[in-house]
Design a protein around this ligand. Sequence first.
Ligand code: SAM
Length: 286
Amino acid sequence: MTEPLIRNISDTALWVAMYRAWESDQKNPVFRDPYARRLAGKRGEEIMSTIKAAQRHAWSYTARTYNVDSFVMQEVENGADMVVDLAAGLDTRAYRMKLPSSLQWIEIDLPDLLSYKRDILANEKPVCRLERIPLDLANPAARRGIFEELGRAAKRAIIISEGLIVYLTAEEVCALARDLATPPSFQRWATDLVSPGLLKMLQKQIGKPLGQAGAPLKFAPEEGPAFFTKCGWTPIEVRSMLQAAAKLKRLPLLFRLFALFPDTKGTKPKQIWGGVVLLGKQSTAR
Ligand SMILES: C[S@@+](CC[C@H](N)C(=O)[O-])C[C@H]1O[C@@H](n2cnc3c(N)ncnc32)[C@H](O)[C@@H]1O
């Protein structure tokens, strides 16, 4: 029996790192991630060359990265002293972004993924105070303990998550959201989100290898970002991938027409939509 291309959920991090490697290779890259190709490795390249549909999605990952980068910068400028990078995967923002050296950057992911990353980046220097915490986020007691500890260490923290909640059920997302809402210093959360229409499309295009790896795509709430209001968080701002990619001149021809029209009404997305939502904790969100 040969090994599957995507062995488990952590291999999706290799896949996403390849998108960052591609963007970094562009003539005028939106961001430069000099570690992405090394981190993606041979398996990342194989995943990308085998799953043809995945290659067409590159623009949306550039837009997603850009949207999260800009929310991080905005919140750091607003006084955030900690970034909690949930399911950080092979994200290298703590190395590649212009961040204050005093900023505490916390990467949380599964143990094997974090040790793979630590080995590859062993000789690189982060720009801020980086700590890696191996943790299974599916373990509620363990994650609550870590969130409480981090919450005590920060004055004002922003949580970021990309490519995490789409793999969870609505109940799991809400439970995680409530746990994130508990520490008083956890004030903001930037997360990616897809609409039910986009979820269906993604399931059709790239769902099979993910399902076979035990990581089916699941979460796309009908109500869009408003989903989080029952779980302790209020949407503050929504930035769509389509609009960001149009602004960054990364949209393929076919999509440019769609980008001429707004793809959200307030914070309510249209049928096929993917974006990054900035959430504020209910007691503090303005
Ligand atoms: C699609 S990747 C995204 C990685 C990174 N956020 C990015 O955008 O490059 C999904 C990540 O979620 C992590 N992950 C999935 N389930 C997890 C869990 N229960 N606890 C911790 N990390 C988890 C995987 O190991 C993987 O690194």
